[in-house]
Design a binder for this molecule. Structure first.
Ligand SMILES: [Zn+2]
Length: 65
């Protein structure tokens, strides 16, 4: 995985790409990091991390274990 956040240019983790796809656009080809995504949704970074854990728990196929 060699993607960067299109807002701040930070190198992205697989989870950041997966949560962006899950919450914003399943077919996305550019992504936001967790910090920029939380700004986008005007929520906290913690909330995004909780969502990631939640989707992993329910076995969402966008997330690799
Ligand atoms: Zn960013």
């Amino acid at each position: 995985m060699n993607e960067c956040c299109f807002e701040c240019n930070k190198k992205l983790e697989g989870d950041e790409i997966a949560i962006y796809r899950r919450l914003v656009n399943r077919g996305a080809t550019k992504y936001l990091c967790i910090d920029c995504l939380s700004k986008h949704f005007r929520c906290t970074r913690t909330l995004i991390l909780e969502r990631i854990e939640h989707f992993k728990e329910i076995g969402c196929t966008l997330f690799c274990k």
